[in-house]
Design a protein around this ligand. Structure first.
Ligand code: PLP
Length: 463
């Protein structure tokens, strides 16, 4: 399997090169040259498999430059860090199915992808030689999952900037209590936007970027999407084994990475297995407007109870656009250039086609809290605010008789404040979070100045 760019401007690459490149050099995103498909007989066989074995089957359809036994070892090590034997268990609550993606080391779904990505980076660097310095900014979740993914790995250092005093205390501790010598936490005296701006500026210094082999952690890496395809197939196989042949998935969406993995799973499985993907947004509803009207236009980011979805321009959207525009890289390039210039893409003429893949609803802050409350009183099951957005959209948009699987993207204890508004008290911290408070932590506090941060990175980077 070779990888191409959504903008058509690069020679096809092997999987390992695609993992190391991240963003394509022509500014596009990487995708497999052709999408694999499987038939009903394969699905029947897959129904018998546990998570790691299924991951091996799915991943090897997309990866042909890592020997089978190495891939098996990478997968086993990546998911050994999960606290549940099924990795991503599925539970029935009323007439909804909840796919719990939060059993990894940082209790959010990003672990599913970043545990594998950390191991893949280490694997490729060990074979090819070289090193990598990962640099990123986080408002909370992504940074801790990325650190958990690469802590202690050979030939990789990681530098994560977070806004000093502006993440939740638990989120900060999840990062700063990781004491491995390759992990560098930087609390920036400023906002998340300041931190993000500095990271972007440093990446734009191409000499610096090449000298230190800077790597990114954002959700544009193809391997992250690929790791996430597995749990859609896993959930489908479990339900189809119980006789459900056609299901919908409801996905709380920010950068469009998770739901795009669902789109790939939908194309992989026989037609109709995944009937539709329900794209759930909070007040930041650009993607809901796109699905319901074909209008993709930016507005201001609003802060909500589901901060990991407070995004306007979804970085993975371009991947869907590539298929939507019939795999025409030049058309994707034109569309994205015009979007950057005008802040708007008009696909209103094609909204019916979009509706075959997705349905969508935006969920308000009040509805989010009410959903946590109602779900708790009806089922005695606690939703985190991101999951609640997906559950609400799933309840509103489901078809009679067709099962809906709602993706649970974070453990409720990570967002105790919102939960407390809904049910009157914060959920008890699971042991993994409670014991963080007792641990030693390490972090430097620096001014929000590009030169200060650069100096610190240069002084501590592998080179
Ligand atoms: C990142 C995140 C999301 C959004 O996922 P995308 O792939 O960006 O669409 C939803 N919920 C939680 C808890 C997250 O951390």
């Amino acid at each position: 399997m070779r990888y191409i760019s959504t903008r058509g401007g690069i020679e096809p690459l092997a999987f390992q090169d695609a993992v190391m490149m991240g963003l394509a050099r022509d500014g596009g995103l990487l995708l497999p040259q052709t999408l694999p498909t499987v038939g009903n007989q394969v699905v029947q066989r897959w129904q018998q498999l546990h998570y790691q074995a299924l991951a091996r089957e799915v991943l090897s359809l997309f990866i042909d430059d890592i020997p089978e036994t190495d891939l098996e070892d990478l997968i086993d090590r990546s998911y050994a860090s999960f606290a549940h034997p099924q990795v991503t268990p599925i539970t029935q609550q009323g007439d909804l199915y909840i796919l719990e993606l939060f059993h990894g080391p940082t209790l959010a779904f990003k672990d599913v992808a970043l545990q594998l990505l950390g191991n893949l980076f280490e694997y490729v660097l060990a074979r090819r030689g070289g090193f990598m310095n990962i640099l990123g900014a986080t408002s909370g979740d992504t940074g801790s999952a990325a650190i958990a993914g690469v802590r202690g790995k050979a030939n990789i250092n990681i530098f994560i900037l977070h806004p000093h005093g502006r993440t939740s205390p638990v989120q900060a501790l999840q990062m700063t209590t990781v004491l491995d010598p390759n992990v560098f936490n930087i609390a920036v005296r400023g906002t998340f936007d300041d931190a993000q701006g500095i990271v972007k500026a440093i990446f734009n210094d191409l000499d610096f970027r090449d000298q230190y082999q800077l790597g990114a952690i954002n959700s544009i890496n193809w391997a992250r999407v690929l790791a996430q395809v597995v749990y859609y197939v896993f959930a489908y196989c479990k339900l189809s084994r119980l006789g459900m042949k056609s299901v919908d998935f409801s996905v709380p969406t920010g950068n469009f990475g998770d739901i795009f993995a669902g789109y790939i799973a939908r194309r992989l499985l026989p037609p109709g297995c995944i009937h539709r993907l329900i794209l759930a947004t909070n007040a930041n509803d650009i993607l809901t407007r796109f699905v319901t009207s074909g209008d993709y236009s930016c507005s201001q980011v609003q802060a909500t109870f589901s901060p990991s979805m407070d995004i306007q321009v979804a970085s993975n959207f371009e991947r869907y656009l590539y298929y939507f525009l019939n795999e025409d890289g030049a058309a994707v390039r034109r569309s994205m250039e015009s979007f950057v210039a005008s802040g708007r893409l008009d696909l209103t003429a094609d909204r019916q086609r979009i509706g075959q893949d997705f349905s969508s609803r935006s969920v308000s802050e009040e509805e989010t809290i009410a959903t946590i409350r109602d779900f708790y009183s009806e089922h005695h099951y606690l939703l985190d605010p991101h999951t609640a957005v997906g559950v609400k959209a799933g309840l509103e948009l489901r078809d009679p008789g067709r099962p809906v699987v709602c993706l649970a993207t974070a453990h409720p204890a990570k967002f105790g404040e919102a939960v407390s508004l809904a049910i009157g008290n914060e959920p008890p911290l699971p042991p993994a979070l409670a014991e963080l408070q007792k641990r030693e932590s390490r972090c430097v506090i620096l001014d929000a100045q590009q030169d200060t941060i650069k100096e610190y990175v240069a002084a501590n980077a592998l080179h």
